[in-house]
Design a protein around this ligand. Sequence first.
Ligand SMILES: Cc1ncc(COP(=O)(O)O)c(C=O)c1O
Length: 355
Amino acid sequence: MVIPTSMPVVDEEMEKEVLRALREEFFVGGKSVEKFEEEFAEYIGVDYAVAVSSGTDALVIALRCLGIKGKVITTPMTFVATAESIVLAGAKPKFADIDANTWNISPEEIRKSIDRDTEAIMPVHLYGLPCEMKEIMEIAEDKKLKIIEDCAQAHGAEYNGKKVGSIGDVGCFSFYSTKNMTVAGNGGMITTNSRKIAEMAKLLREHGGSNYSEYIGYNARMNTINAAFGRVQLKRLDEWNKKRKWLARLYEKNLKEVKQIKLPLIDERHVYHLFVIEAEKRDRLREHLKNKGIFCGIHYPVPIHQLKPYRKYTRKKYPNAEKHAKTALSLPMYPILKEKELKMVCDEIKEFYGD
Ligand SMILES: Cc1ncc(COP(=O)(O)O)c(C=O)c1O
């Protein structure tokens, strides 16, 4: 038996919708794209959603729409696309360390990092757990900074009754294949309550206005069949997130006695895009599980500030992010993971540590 780290769900309705869209609609930016945008905006609770071709494009376009050129504070513990988008948009990343318990960017560290060139904060709701948005919004208001939420890992997660992606100035989502919902390939979405931002995002995704170009833009439109697939995935999202939460509690129940590991925050707000633990002898544990057919991920082995292209943006150390990168292990987590498979993973972890 093989248990992967993550697995997308494809059902008959998704396949049918893709085929229907392929036969009936324009291939790029067809009717399904518009419908997907309307439904996604409604789901998130914002006035506008603009579909683009990836989460990275969503972030770059969002920064361009806000006119950010100075420093953007973000976490060093994230997928590289977060910091990459800042550089691609012509701004500069500035890192603030993570909290040792949530593994999300620490509001206290954000405050310490702000200088007069700071224009924005890009919090990442890492692994599916919303950041401390109340504190982050207060900082933004206080210092007159823009907020771009990187929601690539947190579709459907709620913070104080609001969905992530509806709290800051702009929210950016990725629909890459392993995410909590996908479009069967690459795709992204920008969410906002600002008509001005939504209109500019629509221009930027299409060469800045195509034949009547107003800006230097991108070819970042969404393909119709991806939107058709995504619309059905969106209908399943809440049920899948519920299942992920249930699986997380099951992991907690089975692993809480294992002293050599630290569990993630078990919290109603968390949608567990990944179920990440901090583990002693992490690499050996991963190898042990692999030998039993259980594949675990090391998502961010090197924090962004230590990656070659980003070293020039800081000379500081970020001890919490550095420790997390050395010990973090992503256990299998996806809505069709079976209870008995999850128990097997837990039993093998216990066996490894000799419990
Ligand atoms: C936190 C984060 N930001 C941005 C991205 C970029 O999204 P995409 O791969 O769709 O460009 C991803 C995912 O891949 C991500 O996990």
